[in-house]
Design a protein around this ligand. Sequence first.
Ligand code: SAM
Length: 276
Amino acid sequence: MAGWPAALPDLPLEEACHGRFPLRVRRAALEHHIGSRVPRVTRFRHDGVPDEAIAPEPAAGKLRIMRPPTPAGFNDALERWNERFSQPGYLFGLAPNAFLVRQSARLRPGSRVLCVADGEGRNSTWLAARGHEVTAFDLSPVAVDKARSLAAERGVAVDNHVAGTDTWEWAPAEYDAVAAIFIQFASPAERPSLFAGMWRTLKPGGLLLIQGYTPKQLEYGTGGPGRLDHLYTADMLRELLPQAQWLELTEHEAELTEGGGHRGRSALIDAVARKT
Ligand SMILES: C[S@@+](CC[C@H](N)C(=O)[O-])C[C@H]1O[C@@H](n2cnc3c(N)ncnc32)[C@H](O)[C@@H]1O
């Protein structure tokens, strides 16, 4: 079993496993942490954190999933997202999310739409360009700056805010639609209040548009949080919103090409819930 890699100062695990270090160094840090060997194949989450290591079981010749404890830094979302959005370009591309484009046909002209955790603004600016009155927020000030610039470039008005889902006000009955596109940063403990907030802020008759990843996405590793307990199933969404009228609730697979962040075969869930 490896010791703490000599190449590293005494860093917390999640920093030691950052993508800036070579894979062999990250693997040694992970082996030291979990106390056993990680032969040959090791997968790190796309942001470098070793959420799970997948290694061949020597005897059975099967895959074994070892799950180290959640690195403390997982909760340091602000720093991680700021860093990701500080790279040149747009992490999830400039084109709007294809599910949102399809579902936007359901919106009446001039709808008031809230984009939750909107990132760099690809979705909010597209909705605003379609004539909707759009409010958007995101935890990352770096992303919100880029979203503001994108809105200015595209000549559209979006009411952009820096906020976390836990501090956003969720004013009752404000919006005709809420777009929740890939917001799977919420832990199981955080999900009920997040979904209750999104529901509360919808007007009666309003639509909650959700796209996320299902557990099968762990096999693809082409985007998403890489944590089983953050992924959605249809049953989970039904349970979170028992009062919803489901206009769509489909688990499916598709190729995504959304910047470098979401790219390749993906296991998805598309959901549209109406508040009656
Ligand atoms: C996978 S990205 C999706 C961004 C955007 N919805 C899109 O589809 O392009 C997840 C976003 O959630 C934001 N985020 C993470 N934790 C958050 C929180 N607690 N509150 C609000 N936004 C958060 C990140 O900054 C990031 O922009």
